[in-house]
Design a protein around this ligand. Sequence first.
Ligand code: FAD
Length: 477
Amino acid sequence: MATQNPDRVQGGVLDPTTVQDFRNRVRGALLESGHSEYEDARRLQNGLIDRRPALIVRCSGPADVVEAVNFARDRGLLLSIRGGGHNVAGNAMNDGGVVIDLSGMRGVHVDPASRTVRAAGGATWSDLDREAQIFGLAVPGGVVSTTGIGGLTLHGGYGHLRRTHGLSIDNLLSVQIVTADGQVRTASSTEHADLFWAVRGAGSNFGVVTSFEFRAHPVGPLVQLCAPFYALEDGRTALRAWREFNDSAPDEINSLAVVWSVPDVDAFPPELRRRPVVILATVYVGPPEKGARIMQPLRELATPLLDLSGPIPYTALQSSFDPFFPKGRFYYWKSTNVHDLSDACIDTILAAAAERPSHMSDIPIWHLGGAMSRLAPEATAYGRRDAPYLVTAEATWTDAAQNDANIHWARELVTAMRPFSRGGLYLNFAGFGEEKEAMLRDAYGPNYDRLAALKTLYDPDNLFRMNLNIRPAGAPV
Ligand SMILES: Cc1cc2nc3c(=O)[nH]c(=O)nc-3n(C[C@H](O)[C@H](O)[C@H](O)COP(=O)(O)OP(=O)(O)OC[C@H]3O[C@@H](n4cnc5c(N)ncnc54)[C@H](O)[C@@H]3O)c2cc1C
């Protein structure tokens, strides 16, 4: 049971004796306000988040995680887990509580014989891809290499391999997890199978994952990218034809249409920068020459302003979006499943693109299906695998005076998608999770009630609540 010792936390500061006792028990650094690394350590990807925890625990391994979980639980302190720090709601940080910072736990071990990869809970996709590619292997991850494997995997994991090899969770073989009682458990299909079912979709609701074991696949070293940039004026033609192409695309095709503006960075010709475009970012996971042939029609839908198509090393592909989403910008990203990418839906997306308050904002339309849709909805906690598309409103900006306008724009686009959706969303693009349980029920569908029952079993006092929270029975709203 959580015991409350509020006298020990005054204004977000823990008393020195308590901190010293704790310091003696851990190997990693403890960062309090005033420590030279504290300010940097509390900063997240999203510059909107400005939280000041009492204590950031730079864990050196699972033993430190156990200590930190016990410390926070026994003192009734708010607890967050920091992986890659990309979550836009900033759940990795809190005000006045404890943060389990996994950024020092990034080791990756690849076993080429069994084609498995074990990665520590704070590793990023760049850490994992780098090690796996020396053996010609890859694990389905995200499309920005600085994202943490932790947060991304625990809510699903959408990336360039999703239709070929499934979501990140579909390739998870086991996790080592520290649960609210401070126990280190292995969860897999044969051990704590209920917990393993739950972590494949439930975010950080069930504990701190100290390592992930994944199945890996032969990929690369080169993959074929198709990336024509069409002017927004040609967007309707391009997106309608793209939709037809997708209807018969093989599983090797992973396509993401991005309605955006040419990024204002040196890599692009000055005259094109900030020009509204539709980019058909499509990857063929298989022999590059075959992919080039199959994807050629996508390059001929109109006259592209620019075309970055060609073979590309897999690790370069995985970091190709990195420069456009730097740490410290303001982010509010929200999504909805789309079941009917009709002409009217396309027109609504294009109209929203024209109204973006920020040229940095984009609207990715993820083509889903393939391997990720073949699992039964009840096979993992991540439930709704029926949608052919996910539309994300990615509001990205730098001017604080424009906060409301950008957040409003993203919410309006998601609302405007309702007529084209039978429900569901992707919880890694969930805005600030402001709709709380209604959002979770929408995302998990019938799996939500089973998740709530398991949460009551494994975390009855809701220690892990700095997240899209699945409330255990009886917990306050
Ligand atoms: C620039 C950018 C690009 C993105 N691209 C993609 C993409 O291509 N595909 C995609 O699916 N998503 C993508 N996302 C969304 C991303 O998956 C989520 O933001 C995810 O939460 C990030 O995980 P993290 O570990 O980096 O973040 P954090 O903020 O550190 O963590 C996110 C959540 O997971 C918890 N958590 C993290 N690690 C662990 C762990 N080891 N054990 C238990 N809980 C943990 C945290 O407590 C927090 O609640 C992107 C986000 C950004 C900002």
